[in-house]
Write a protein that binds this ligand. Structure first.
Ligand SMILES: Cc1cc2nc3c(=O)[nH]c(=O)nc-3n(C[C@H](O)[C@H](O)[C@H](O)COP(=O)(O)OP(=O)(O)OC[C@H]3O[C@@H](n4cnc5c(N)ncnc54)[C@H](O)[C@@H]3O)c2cc1C
Ligand SMILES: NC(=O)c1ccc[n+]([C@@H]2O[C@H](COP(=O)([O-])OP(=O)(O)OC[C@H]3O[C@@H](n4cnc5c(N)ncnc54)[C@H](OP(=O)(O)O)[C@@H]3O)[C@@H](O)[C@H]2O)c1
Length: 247
């Protein structure tokens, strides 16, 4: 099978000067929520491809990805300029193991994200699976500034559909707000602020934790959780922590 198939941009939604979401039409195979696709453009005679998590659920018509321009980044600074009708290369199949099928049963599911890594959690939450499996689901989005708390409409719909199950918690690290937790996820687990805000315990007995985004967050948070006795999920041995690093 070919490594790439042809796609067309349907829409490019600009949330801030750096954050955008692309909707793409391409005849890809079915994928699992939480997986990623690859997007590619031919730049200076070379095909530049990078992985991007699906934000759309598998049943939704168009591929959607949520991206940030990184200074000097070859692909993200080109994707941001795409407009409806533009051509893009897309991988024919989804890939990756950051999916609910890799997560053992538990009472509570914690979904912890930084920046654009909110995306794969939205894909999972738009499916039926998590709502049938977990009593409570805590969606955490950690960003630098409040304007980066995107996808508010989607999150509001999820909260309306699952008022007793979904808990949405935001972190803003570089601005004062009157609603978000100030600072970083691992510190707020250590000092109890995250559990206090969620109103449920984050313990070995009750919890599964999915971590996605900045590898330093994934690493630091894993260390704090491991100090509480939670273990990484492995193929041969069930644990409590499932991770995906974006770089
Ligand atoms: C499995 C997987 C899934 C991914 N899914 C997404 C996604 O859904 N959305 C997304 O924006 N990116 C995602 N990424 C990162 C993405 O593939 C690109 O690296 C990113 O868009 C930058 O591309 P670039 O060519 O401009 O720069 P690159 O040369 O790829 O990256 C340059 C540097 O930018 C920083 N960086 C990369 N990605 C991010 C990011 N998302 N947020 C903050 N800093 C970053 C890192 O310091 C990196 O070393 C994913 C990566 C992996 C491995
Ligand atoms: N040039 C610019 O003006 C500018 C502005 C914004 C972004 N950018 C670029 O955009 C990218 C950053 O994107 P982003 O803001 O989405 O991602 P990010 O740097 O990963 O920040 C997202 C959140 O993760 C937190 N975080 C970072 N390290 C952590 C750790 N070890 N443990 C826990 N939390 C941690 C950050 O907190 P902290 O705030 O405490 O780090 C922030 O709240 C970078 O490539 C950056 O260079 C550039």
């Amino acid at each position: 099978m070919s490594r790439w198939i042809e796609g067309r941009v349907i829409n490019n939604r600009h949330w801030t000067s750096q954050l955008y979401s692309l909707q793409i039409d391409a005849p890809i195979e079915s994928f699992k929520a939480g997986q990623f696709t690859r997007l590619g453009l031919d730049i200076d005679g070379e095909r530049v491809g990078r992985p991007y998590s699906f934000v759309n659920a598998p049943h939704e018509r168009y591929i959607e990805v949520y991206s940030i321009t990184v200074p000097g980044g070859p692909l993200s600074n080109r994707l941001v300029e795409l407009e409806a009708g533009d051509f893009i290369w897309v991988a024919p199949k989804g890939a990756g193991f950051f999916t609910l099928s890799e997560v053992p049963e538990a009472d509570y599911l914690w979904m912890l994200s930084t920046g654009t890594a909110l995306g794969p959690f939205l894909s999972m939450l738009k499916t039926d699976e998590p709502w049938g499996r977990f009593e409570k689901i805590v969606l955490v989005h950690a960003v630098r500034t409040a304007e980066e708390l995107t996808y508010q409409d989607t999150i509001r719909s999820l909260l309306t559909a699952h008022p007793d199950q979904l808990i949405y918690i935001t972190f803003v690290s570089r601005e004062d707000t009157d609603f978000a937790i100030k600072g970083r996820i691992p510190q707020a687990i250590e000092d109890g602020r995250l559990e206090a805000r969620a109103g449920i315990p984050l313990t070995v007995d009750h919890s599964q934790v999915m971590l996605c985004g900045n590898p330093a967050m994934v690493n630091d948070t894993s260390e704090v959780l491991e100090a509480r006795g939670l273990k990484k999920n492995k193929r041969r041995e069930k644990g409590h922590i499932t991770t995906e690093n974006y770089w």
